[in-house]
Design a binder for this molecule. Structure first.
Ligand code: COI
Length: 365
């Protein structure tokens, strides 16, 4: 039986003026809407008690398993306002399927695709005023963050018998504080993000926690983000921890690390492989030695590098740094021609400015 979400309106929502101030300059992940969606799973009853209520603190026992053993997963997707006021999301079914794969890896219950989409619809319906208008060339949206965690108060190490699922929503502009400009990357040589047989392909909080030491090292070296290599040999490019990576070659190949089981299967990544083909590029998923990047940007073989993800959309990558060396940026001041063409195409589809020939959009409100 499918879940229904019953709405109890927030008795003290933000005023129109407060909301307008947030939407004028939302940044990323700083502000939250008036409501959240929640559902509970128990081993006896399955999923039940779907509800939308006021956004606010949650009560959890100090012994809740998630706080000790990190049995937790999440998703990230966005709601876009189209010119006619309707609100759409981009491939939410793909996020639902990935969440189900993450559930399997973290021994959490599966939330059915229709229940996942119903939770988004229920929240966006009541918080629709929080979905920003998009400005020309901009990327404002309402970022949706579904997450699921072991809420059972129990310290034995086993899959929890009580699990909570929630969705919160946050008005979003560009992910990086400086707006759309090339980011500098640091090669994390001391810290791997994920290894063979681990949780790297799952969207679980632990992967992001394990990326932070590398990211910190990068920041100490004046970089915006770290790039992680394969844990076994420290040879091949994996991902950035919160974004996938693409290289563009001078002979129009669009190259990205193949899905090895330790890389997140990005929805944006897979969409760009399709869009690249339509823009006349030759997509290539394979192992990429980090040396290929270093040598390629110097020789002119690699003409552009960009990162992508739901939050980051398509972000040009500039200089690459590591202990004892640097490789030059190919991004200029605002990213290369192909990076920007892919970015424009993706945003045009998401905001309904061009026909959605792939059937990627799902109406939420
Ligand atoms: C996303 O792009 O949605 C992510 O989850 C990346 C990051 C913000 C954690």
């Amino acid at each position: 039986m499918s879940l229904t979400f019953t709405t109890t309106p927030n008795p003290s929502p933000a005023s129109d003026a407060e909301r307008a101030a947030v939407l004028a300059d939302p940044g990323f992940g700083k502000y939250f809407t008036d409501h959240m969606a929640t559902a509970t799973w128990t081993a006896g009853e399955g999923w039940h008690d779907g509800r939308v209520s006021a956004y606010g603190p949650i009560t959890i026992m100090p012994s809740a398993a998630v706080l000790h053993y990190a049995q937790e997963i999440f998703e990230g997707l966005k709601a876009y306002r189209h010119a006619d006021g309707s609100i759409w999301s981009f491939r939410p079914e793909a996020n639902a399927r990935r969440m189900a794969r993450s559930s399997a890896r973290l021994a959490l219950p599966v939330l059915e695709e229709e229940d996942f989409v119903a939770s988004l619809r229920a929240l966006v319906e009541v918080d629709r005023a929080w979905v920003p208008e998009v400005e020309d060339g901009g990327e404002k949206s309402l970022y949706l963050r579904p997450f699921m965690y072991a809420s059972e108060a129990f310290l034995g190490v086993r899959p929890a018998n009580e699990v909570t699922y929630s969705v919160i929503a946050s008005p979003a502009g560009a992910y990086f504080a400086g707006g759309l400009k090339p980011v500098t990357l640091w090669i994390s040589q001391h810290f791997a993000r994920a290894g063979a047989g681990g949780t790297g392909a799952a969207k679980c909080g632990g992967n992001y926690a394990s990326s932070l030491a590398g990211q910190l090292e990068g920041i100490e070296h004046g970089c915006d983000q770290a790039v992680f290599l394969d844990a076994a040999t420290q040879t091949f490019i994996e991902e950035l921890g919160g974004m996938n990576l693409f290289l563009v070659t001078k002979d129009d190949r669009l190259v990205t690390p193949e899905l090895t089981g330790s890389i997140l299967e990005g929805v944006t990544r897979s969409s760009i492989l399709d869009l690249g083909k339509e823009l006349g590029l030759d997509p290539e998923e394979r192992r990429i030695p980090i040396e290929e990047w270093k040598d390629g940007v110097r020789s002119g073989e690699i003409v552009e590098v960009f990162a992508c993800g739901t939050a980051a959309v398509v972000t040009p990558v500039g200089e690459l740094r590591w202990e004892g060396g640097t490789a030059p940026s190919t991004a200029g001041g605002a990213g290369g021609e192909i990076t920007n063409a892919i970015r424009r195409r993706l945003l045009d589809i998401q905001y309904g400015r061009v026909e959605d020939t792939h059937g990627w959009l799902t109406r939420l409100a």
